[in-house]
Write a protein that binds this ligand. Structure first.
Ligand SMILES: *[C@@H]1O[C@H](CO)[C@@H](O)[C@H](O)[C@H]1NC(C)=O
Ligand SMILES: *[C@@H]1O[C@H](CO)[C@@H](O)[C@H](O)[C@H]1NC(C)=O
Ligand SMILES: *[C@@H]1O[C@H](CO)[C@@H](O)[C@H](O)[C@H]1NC(C)=O
Ligand SMILES: *[C@@H]1O[C@H](CO)[C@@H](O)[C@H](O)[C@H]1NC(C)=O
Ligand SMILES: *[C@@H]1O[C@H](CO)[C@@H](O)[C@H](O)[C@H]1NC(C)=O
Ligand SMILES: *[C@@H]1O[C@H](CO)[C@@H](O)[C@H](O)[C@H]1NC(C)=O
Ligand SMILES: *[C@@H]1O[C@H](CO)[C@@H](O)[C@H](O)[C@H]1NC(C)=O
Ligand SMILES: *[C@@H]1O[C@H](CO)[C@@H](O)[C@H](O)[C@H]1NC(C)=O
Length: 269
């Protein structure tokens, strides 16, 4: 019985992973879809560019109780020990870290995050010596309400900081943007879902996921489906005013959400 369940979960996880990327769009455990960058891309240039579709590809409309409260993004690496703020909702001087991305490009469902690489990532090619360049995760954190249920999810997208990043006086210092690195176990316990796209470079592990270990369970739904546990401290509605009202209708994303909620209910039972 347990074995059967585990096999079913393993099989579904494989299906889920192959569905995670469709026509270059990367489905996160949440509402946002990543249009760019693609996993494992070598990146450089003047800025890190991330394009997020926050309307679920335009397929969600406002009939359902679904909303993004806020999105924060960090550039983190257990290899280099850095955990740099890309956006935590409050812009820092010179936009070294960015403000609330849900408020930018009003009227557009695709948010283009443009973050100036900070000083410790300057260089060209693979890291040498004690350089901070190399393998990173673009860690996308979503606070959202999906079908009436509040959730917080973490999605790690692996990239390689190996292309040329020119030295420039306007680059922020990494020290000013750096945060403590938390262990995967602590992160998993903090979120309803913690997932990454498997990196093919071998420098990071395969897709891992886990649900929050908190003990509350869904009592309202006759179908037993829900987005996992509510965070006890998640407060509703007030976010930072992004208020993109959304609902669904698109078959692919709907199937994705249905599988996501089903798997959580399997894992919980
Ligand atoms: C977390 O979400 C991903 C989809 O992004 C899914 O593959 C995975 O099974 C989920 N994990 C759990 C424990 O529900
Ligand atoms: C990226 O995140 C995953 C967990 O989501 C972790 O296993 C991996 O080591 C991380 N990669 C780096 C370079 O820190
Ligand atoms: C920071 O970015 C915001 C949004 O793009 C822009 O309105 C503002 O002028 C920028 N501030 C600085 C100091 O560059
Ligand atoms: C590497 O370490 C040396 C000695 O501690 C230091 O002088 C140098 O600035 C470091 N380089 C980088 C890129 O951190
Ligand atoms: C959304 O919630 C309604 C009522 O709680 C439920 O009937 C429906 O199946 C849910 N949809 C999804 C995709 O979870
Ligand atoms: C946001 O990030 C910046 C840069 O790391 C930091 O100075 C600031 O304290 C952070 N703000 C919050 C509310 O965490
Ligand atoms: C990076 O720092 C932020 C802000 O403190 C935190 O929320 C996030 O969990 C950290 N990421 C990792 C991988 O520790
Ligand atoms: C994001 O939204 C959640 C839920 O409303 C809230 O608890 C959290 O403080 C918000 N974070 C930011 C950075 O606005």
């Amino acid at each position: 019985m347990l074995v059967t369940t585990l096999l079913a979960v393993a099989a579904l996880t494989r299906i889920a992973q192959s569905q995670q990327i469709s026509n270059g769009q990367i489905f996160t455990p949440g509402i946002a879809i990543v249009d760019a960058p693609q996993p494992d891309t070598p990146l450089g240039g003047d800025t890190l560019q991330v394009a997020l579709d926050v309307s679920s590809d335009g397929k969600l409309s406002s009939e359902h109780d679904t909303e993004i409260y806020n999105i924060t993004i960090f550039l983190s690496s257990y290899t280099t020990g850095k955990n740099l703020t890309i956006t935590n909702g409050t812009a820092s001087a010179g936009n070294a870290s960015l403000g609330n991305i849900m408020l930018q490009e009003p009227g557009s469902t695709v948010k283009h995050v443009n973050w100036i690489w900070p000083d410790c990532l300057v260089g060209d090619g693979s890291p040498t010596g004690n350089s901070s360049r190399g393998s990173y995760n673009v860690s996308i954190r979503q606070n959202f309400r999906l079908n009436g249920t509040d959730a917080y999810t973490i999605f790690d997208l692996p990239i390689q900081v190996t292309n040329s990043i020119p030295e420039a006086s306007y680059r922020a210092s990494c020290d000013a943007l750096n945060n403590p690195l938390l262990s995967p176990e602590v992160l998993a316990a903090s979120a309803n879902n913690f997932t990454q796209i498997a990196s093919s470079t071998g420098s990071s592990s395969s897709t891992s996921s886990s649900t929050s270990s908190s003990t509350s369970s869904s009592t309202s739904s006759s179908s037993g489906e829900g987005l996992g546990d509510l965070k006890p401290d998640a407060s509703s509605g007030d976010g930072i005013g992004a208020g993109e009202m959304l609902s669904w209708g698109g078959a692919i994303h709907w199937m994705w959400i249905a599988m996501f909620t089903w798997m959580i209910s399997v894992c919980m039972s």
